[in-house]
Write a protein that binds this ligand. Structure first.
Ligand code: ADP
Length: 183
């Protein structure tokens, strides 16, 4: 399966992606995780991305797309993947379509995690990541509304909407039930 997960920051995409990846047998590709790994290793890409991430802004599309392109070229992504946090702009979605077109394939579905703003703020403050201060969280939400939410229209024919409140297990059950309907 080739899936994209979309939802506001703190929607629990990463948590669900880790479980789904195991159940579906496809790699979990998180652009946030890839950036954080590059920052940790001090690579040129990490150094370039850090200031954007620390402020809660998007890393420029060209940098992000190149990183995803090389990750999708790895062997384990040949038969499917779960993209978590990418695409985050309509421009990135167009680039993804181009990349997949070159590989002769398309997305199976776009899973939208639907959750209220109160719940996401609560979850993010609990997780305490470096970019999870209140001011940066607020900016990430603003960026989501402006840059990423338009993807929901862009992908309207592929969206599978999941109510993302409740326990991790409940949300996973709902997601698996919806994905099983696609088969
Ligand atoms: P969250 O879902 O909580 O926003 P992520 O780990 O997905 O956390 O992303 C953290 C940060 O990494 C984002 O705020 C952004 O700066 C950067 N980032 C992640 N994915 C992308 C992307 N597709 N395009 C641009 N920047 C990205």
């Amino acid at each position: 399966m080739r899936l994209v997960l979309v939802g506001p920051p703190g929607a629990g995409k990463g948590t669900q992606a880790a479980i789904l990846s195991e159940k579906l047998g496809v790699p979990h590709i998180s652009t946030g995780d890839l950036f954080r790994a590059n920052i940790g290793e001090g690579t040129p890409l990490g150094i370039e991305a850090k200031s954007y991430i620390d402020a809660g802004n998007l890393v420029p599309d060209d940098v992000t797309v190149r990183m995803v392109e090389s990750r999708l070229a790895e062997d384990d992504a040949k038969n499917g993947f779960l993209l978590d946090g990418f695409p985050r702009t309509v421009g990135q979605a167009d680039e993804l379509e181009r990349l997949l077109g070159n590989l002769g394939t398309t997305l199976d579905a776009v899973v939208q995690f639907d959750v209220s703003e109160d719940v996401v703020v609560e979850r993010m403050l609990a997780r305490g990541r470096a970019d999870d201060t209140e001011e940066v969280i607020r900016n990430r939400m603003h960026v989501y509304d402006n840059e990423t939410a338009p993807l929901l229209d862009h992908y309207s024919d592929k969206i599978v909407k999941i109510a993302a409140e409740g326990t991790v297990e409940e949300i996973n059950d709902r997601t698996m039930a919806e994905l099983n309907k696609l088969k």
